[in-house]
Design a protein. Sequence first.
Length: 75
Amino acid sequence: RERGVPKSHLVREAIVRYLAPADSTAEPPAKTITAAGLAARWPLLPRLTPDEAAGFDGDIARARRELPEARAAWE
């Protein structure tokens, strides 16, 4: 809200920063990441263990149950 930008923009910005190389002089700025650049980094990203994935799945399911029921657009 303070910056006046949508949440989706903030999420994209966070993902770009997360995927940015540690040495930003080695590649183009993070905002110009290409699909090829992402594909090259993909194998280097951390992976969840099966236990972590199961816990994450449980967290998502719990959060979904806690969401208020969506109202129909015409209501």
